[in-house]
Each structure stands twice: as structure tokens, then as C-alpha cells.
Design a protein around this ligand. Structure first.
Ligand SMILES: [Mn+2]
Length: 308
């Protein structure tokens, strides 16, 4: 019997949805969810027993040029592997016949899910692929992943997106797989509506609490707001630059890193992020923390401390 292999991005819903699609279309799929840095490793392992698979799909993620070269030299692999990716930084891999990287087409931004979906629709005449419910979900994923919003769906995109975090990846996949089979048209169930409402309330309270704790300061001449937080750092940073009289929002996660957010045309977070060993886009980025930060904090709090 035909067995399919799917390697997809572990990070978000655009990586999870291809799993749902493959479960709807194929009887037997081996699924590997991984980070970008792990693709080569996972693929090497899959290729060591590639005779087991009739097709190997890689979605929303890509391999290294070296790996692509190796595959390109073997005609049986070249015909078995198909990559659907939308990351502009991988555009150079389009020279390989088995890799398709599309950032946008006719002014419409693509994502891993849409590219894989279009391929399935062209290759398999399965009526489930044109079900209105599924078609709407695919568009919600696309807009959420690319920020290429339409006015009608924007709010629903954020609500649908929050269900990924609420359910967690495994439950999300199971839940929406069922939902596609059971419902013709997309709408939130009563349970989904309640979960979304509770999540919005929690988010709102968290942001309000954190905004009260922001310290305003100047770093390298830039007016900043600084706050400590481990969750929802992106939304918090946005709320800070919108509601406070600052140029850059700094959110410190003591366990991980520093994030920077800005929203003014004349402000680039890199003036701080790069200075502190990091970087990013103009309005969003990060920098690492000193490695001994937590020890230093403990020493400051407990001053007479003996490390074991
Ligand atoms: Mn994506």
C-alpha cells in the first residue's frame, strides 16, 4: 500500500494544517514535525529507508543547499520528494525541480498550507478538498501566517489563531480534522467561542497588569519602556508602544532573551538590539541576555549566597 511521508514545521498552525490535510487525503502517513534547523537531520533519517515511502512532502520548511544537491543527483529521490515553502530567504532553492518556494503570487501572499493544499487539489479529485468549511480554514491560516488580511476575515483570523495556542498542537490537529469531516460551513462552535472569550479575557488582564509595571527610561538616548514578562511578549510590546509615551518597548524574559518592539516610522529597534548583540526587523527584534544573569540576580537578592 502507498505510504506517504510528511515533514512539516513544528512552530505554528501553518505547519500543523498540512498534517490535517494529509490525514484527510492519505490512508497512511508518517509525520515528522521539526524546526528549520532539524530538516536535514530528519530528512537524512527518512531517506535512509525511503523505499518505504511513495512520496515525501516537506511543507513550510526547507532543506539546506547541500542536501538539495545530494537529492538532485539521484533521480529516484528527485521524483519522490516535493517541497512547498514560502520563506523568501529560501527563494534560491527554486533552481531544484523538486523545490517550490513561492512568497506571493498575483499580489496574494502564500503560506506552506496554501501551497500544499493547491498541490493536493490539483493532484487528487477528493471532494473534501472543496468543502466550504475547509476552504475557509485554509484562508484563515493563510491570512494569519502572512498577515495578508482581508477586512471580512481579519478578526476571525486572530480568533482562529488563538485556538492553536489554546488547544495545543496535537488536540488542534485532532479537533479540526473532525470539524472538517463533520461540518459543511465554517463557524465557531459554542465551545470554541467560550474558549476564545476566556483567552481574550486572560490576555486583556495580563496586558493591563504588565502595563502597570513598565519602567520608563533612556538607553543610548532612546526613550524606552522596560517590563519583565515570559508570555505574550509580542502583544505586550505592541500594547506598550501604542499606549505609552515611548519609542521602543523592551520586554525581558529572564529565562530566554530580550525583545524589542516599535511602531514609529522614524524608530528602528536595531539601534538597541544590535548594540546588545542581537537584531531583527525595523519594528521587531531581540537580543540575548548575559549568560550569568540569573546568578547575578540571586547574588543581588541574597547577597550571602554560596553556589553548589
Ligand atoms: Mn508559514
Amino acid at each position: 500500500m502507498e505510504k506517504i511521508c510528511l515533514i512539516t514545521h513544528v512552530a505554528d498552525a501553518d505547519g500543523a494544517f498540512p498534517i490535517i490535510l494529509s490525514k484527510l487525503i492519505f490512508q497512511d502517513v508518517a509525520i515528522f514535525s521539526c524546526e528549520t534547523s532539524e530538516v536535514d537531520m530528519v530528512l537524512k533519517d527518512v531517506l535512509s529507508h525511503h523505499a518505504n515511502y511513495t512520496k515525501i512532502y516537506i511543507v513550510d520548511i526547507n532543506m539546506s543547499e547541500e542536501m538539495a544537491n545530494t537529492i538532485d543527483e539521484d533521480i529516484s529521490l528527485r521524483e519522490k520528494i516535493m517541497v512547498f515553502d514560502h520563506h523568501a530567504s529560501n527563494m534560491h532553492l527554486n533552481k531544484y525541480s523538486f523545490i517550490k518556494v513561492v512568497d506571493s503570487e498575483n499580489g496574494r501572499k502564500e503560506c506552506g498550507t496554501t501551497l500544499f493544499y493547491d498541490h493536493l487539489k490539483k493532484s487528487f479529485c477528493n471532494p473534501i478538498l472543496t468543502k466550504e468549511n475547509l476552504v475557509t480554514m485554509i484562508e484563515l491560516i493563510r491570512e494569519g501566517d502572512t498577515y495578508d488580511f482581508t477586512d471580512e476575515l481579519k478578526q476571525t483570523v486572530f480568533q482562529f489563531g488563538s485556538l492553536y495556542a489554546i488547544f495545543g498542537r496535537e488536540r488542534y490537529i485532532e479537533h479540526f480534522y473532525r470539524s472538517i469531516l463533520d461540518n459543511e460551513v465554517f463557524s465557531f462552535s459554542e465551545m470554541e467561542k467560550l474558549l476564545i472569550e476566556l483567552e481574550e479575557e486572560k490576555k486583556h488582564q495580563y496586558i493591563e497588569e504588565k502595563l502597570k509595571r513598565v519602567k520608563i527610561a533612556k538607553i543610548l538616548g532612546v526613550v524606552v519602556g522596560i517590563v519583565f514578562a515570559e508570555q505574550r511578549r509580542s502583544i505586550l510590546g505592541h500594547a506598550m508602544v501604542e499606549k505609552l509615551d515611548i519609542d521602543i518597548a523592551i520586554v525581558v524574559n529572564v529565562d530566554r532573551s530580550v525583545s524589542y518592539r516599535a511602531n514609529k516610522e522614524n524608530v528602528d529597534i536595531n539601534v538597541l538590539a544590535k548594540h546588545f548583540g542581537g537584531g531583527g526587523h525595523k519594528h521587531a527584534g531581540g537580543s540575548p541576555l548575559p549568560e550569568d544573569l540569573q546568578e547575578k540576580i540571586c547574588e543581588y537578592i541574597f547577597n550571602d549566597i554560596e553556589w553548589k
